[in-house]
Design a protein around this ligand. Structure first.
Ligand SMILES: Nc1ncnc2c1ncn2[C@@H]1O[C@H](COP(=O)(O)OP(=O)(O)OP(=O)(O)O)[C@@H](O)[C@H]1O
Ligand SMILES: [Mg+2]
Length: 373
């Protein structure tokens, strides 16, 4: 059984304009030691989905199940959930100001987080806090440890939060855009640290990000969200090379192949805007923006169904430990198109070349061993 099993999660808010359905039946699971990447445009429900599981969405109507080690987080007593959050479930948020207390120094907060779940001396906890701040790239950590959150820059606050989350060695880490405010070097450092933690403690990681490069490097599985739903889920290689949903394809074509944006690289944004969650289009919510739209897309909501694997023979073996080398099963997509109608991934080969040219290791790690998909 997976460490976290989410089944038919629904989250709605009652607003002045009516009921806003932010998450509409989301199911996924994450195993210990595995990373699930969640991607999707702004407003697709990534944050609401994960925050509602851990009791951090106020005034939301929530249904479904979210089993953490067998216990349903959605029906758990608030104090038990709080205890889990301070102990087994670590979180890094988009806006770190909301989770650092303004009246306590950064170091004190990390130290207390450590002391809350480990029987060590105060001095030792403080030393660990300094250490962790150093590891997330804060220079002169022994001095900055006594700063208050407002004395930190936005990126530093985010790193402080990451340090705090990592200090728990949590069983599950939910990282919501953990590295967006950070420059490339620090970003790489922080991601490395998360990987190390994962290897050491078998932490399950949910990584929410806009940066498909980060997902390519970190995630085992990728879930693509659109308008509160999962539109596609697959292991990362399938998602990058044999994605089925036109929205996934659009997302991949609209981001740079590398952080160092290659000159002359053409990015193709997805036309239009995500729909209002108060007034969803009929049928497939993506149909008004979909280049492949058919009549059935307007009238019928596609179910999330298994995608028959095409051209899955002769795949080069993956350059990872055997234990991580899982079969490419579980590729699901919510689209009426037959798989062959969508064709191969957008210019995979030229993206590979661009990534190599830009000298960035992130997407290349995936792209090189795949070769021409
Ligand atoms: N408390 C709330 N009350 C009403 N609507 C909300 C509330 N919180 C979130 N929403 C709405 O839910 C939807 C999903 O929001 P969410 O924050 O999950 O998006 P996201 O995918 O995380 O986007 P981003 O990439 O910008 O962080 C949005 O339409 C948002 O406006
Ligand atoms: Mg968000």
């Amino acid at each position: 059984m997976a460490l976290l099993e989410v089944d038919d999660l629904q989250v709605a808010f009652d607003t002045e304009d009516g009921r806003l359905r932010a998450v509409r039946g989301l199911s996924f699971s994450v195993e210990a030691g595995q990373t699930l990447g969640i991607v999707g445009e702004s407003g697709s429900g990534k944050s609401v989905a994960t925050q509602s599981m851990v009791g951090l969405t106020r005034g939301a109507r929530i249904s479904g199940r979210a089993l953490f080690d067998g216990d349903d987080l959605l029906t758990m007593a608030p104090e038990n959930l709080r205890a889990l959050r301070g102990n087994q479930i670590g979180m890094v948020f988009q806006d770190p100001l909301t989770s650092l207390h303004p009246q306590y120094t950064v170091g004190w907060q990390i130290q207390e987080a450590i002391l809350a779940h480990e029987q060590i001396r105060k001095g030792e906890a403080r030393k660990r806090a300094v250490d962790l701040l150093g590891q997330v790239g804060i220079s002169q950590p022994e001095r900055r440890v006594d700063d208050f959150p407002h004395q930190f820059s936005g990126g530093m606050r985010q790193r402080a939060m990451i340090a705090m989350a990592l200090s728990l060695s949590p069983r599950l880490l939910i990282a919501d855009e953990p590295t967006t405010a950070l420059d490339v070097t620090v970003q790489a450092q922080v991601l490395e640290l998360m990987k190390k933690l994962q290897a050491e403690y078998g932490t399950a990681l949910i990584l929410i990000t806009h940066d498909l490069g980060v997902v390519a490097d970190m995630a085992d599985d990728v879930l693509v969200m659109y308008a509160g739903r999962a539109v596609e889920k697959a292991d990362r290689r399938t998602l990058y090379y044999r994605q089925h949903h036109p929205y996934s394809k659009g997302l991949l074509a609209s981001v740079p192949a590398s952080a160092a944006h290659a000159p002359g690289e053409r990015l193709i944004p997805i036309a239009g805007q995500p729909p209002s969650l108060l007034h969803l289009p009929s049928g497939c919510a993506f149909h008004p923006r979909c280049p492949y739209v058919m009549d059935v897309c307007v009238s019928e909501t596609p179910e999330l169904l298994s995608v028959p694997s095409i051209a899955s023979e002769n795949r080069p073996s993956e350059n990872r430990p055997a234990s991580e080398n899982r079969p490419a099963g579980g590729h699901v997509s919510a689209c009426h198109l037959p798989p062959e109608a969508v064709g191969p991934s957008p210019d995979a080969e030229s993206r590979r070349e661009r990534a190599v040219a830009a000298g960035r290791s992130t997407p290349v790690a995936v792209l090189q061993d795949e070769g021409a998909a």
